[in-house]
Design a protein around this ligand. Structure first.
Ligand SMILES: [Zn+2]
Ligand SMILES: [Zn+2]
Ligand SMILES: [Zn+2]
Length: 260
């Protein structure tokens, strides 16, 4: 199982347009953050979680050749607006690609992309998607995915537990408050990936301190922070974190090897 971070930034990305701060002007490539997305390879299955506005550039930068399914955490613009570029994978793979989301998220995705699925004039080129509403654990190829709700302002939002060959990964890029029941489900994951926006409080995202506290309660052997804004310098943040908690960056790859 391999996890590739396609993007690790907040909705505005880093650098932000027109910002002259130290992080936005940094030459450390780990401070250049596209909008948040994860590409998962598990055996023969390749799936993507969220299609940000940067999806085309991410697919080109990281050489993506296959997407067996798209999973959405929620319908904020920074997580869905690249969906149209999935049509290139329709062509490459000669197949309709399934899209999975919980009911409220799917309703919003379908509203934003209302043109997808409408009858088209021959020769036009639209994404070929199979929208599949899910509420409970579901299978995508070799992977079992479990959507779990978190509080993230007033947008219905989930994270996913992704299971393959006995491994479990928690992916929660956008979160302000996590229900205790979800924390309980996440105990024992091999890798936990969690929202952290900045040091100062925010109404819809976790602060660094809040994320570290939550990650300690979950207790995964390896944890990573993502969805960072320009207040967070990679090197500085990494030096401040306890052992076992790292800072994700675009292009970071994590591997879990098949258990024998
Ligand atoms: Zn976001
Ligand atoms: Zn800045
Ligand atoms: Zn969001």
């Amino acid at each position: 199982m391999e996890l590739l971070f396609l993007g690790t930034g907040t909705s505005l990305g880093v650098p932000m347009i027109g910002c002259e701060c130290d992080v936005c002007r940094s030459t450390d490539p780990r401070n250049r953050r596209r909008r948040s997305s994860l590409y998962l390879t598990a055996g023969s299955t390749r799936l993507i979680i969220d299609t940000p506005p940067d999806f085309r550039e991410q697919a080109l930068t990281f050489g993506l050749r296959r997407v067996d399914a798209v999973l959405f955490t929620h319908a904020h613009a920074d997580h869905i607006l690249g969906l149209d570029d999935i049509r290139r994978f329709n062509t490459l793979q000669k197949m309709v690609i399934p899209v999975y989301a919980v009911p409220d998220v799917m309703t919003e995705v379908r509203r934003v992309f209302a043109y997808i699925g409408r009858p088209i004039i021959p020769g036009l080129y639209r994404p070929q998607l199979d929208f599949r509403v899910v509420e409970t654990p579901f299978r995508v190829g070799e992977v079992e995915a479990t959507p779990l709700y978190v509080e993230h302002g007033n947008a219905p939002t989930v994270g996913f537990v992704l299971s393959w060959q006995g491994y479990r990964v928690g992916y929660f890029p956008d979160c302000h408050t996590m229900p205790d029941a979800t924390v309980d489900v996440l105990r024992g994951v091999d890798i936990m990936i969690l929202d952290t926006l900045r040091y100062r409080p925010h109404p819809t995202h976790l602060t660094v301190t809040e994320s570290v506290d939550l990650l300690r309660r979950i207790g995964a052997p390896q944890s990573y922070l993502m969805h960072l804004c320009h207040d967070l310098d990679h090197t500085r943040l990494e030096s401040e974190l306890p052992a076992g908690i790292g800072v994700a960056y675009d292009g970071l790859t994590l591997s879990l090897t098949r258990r024998s």
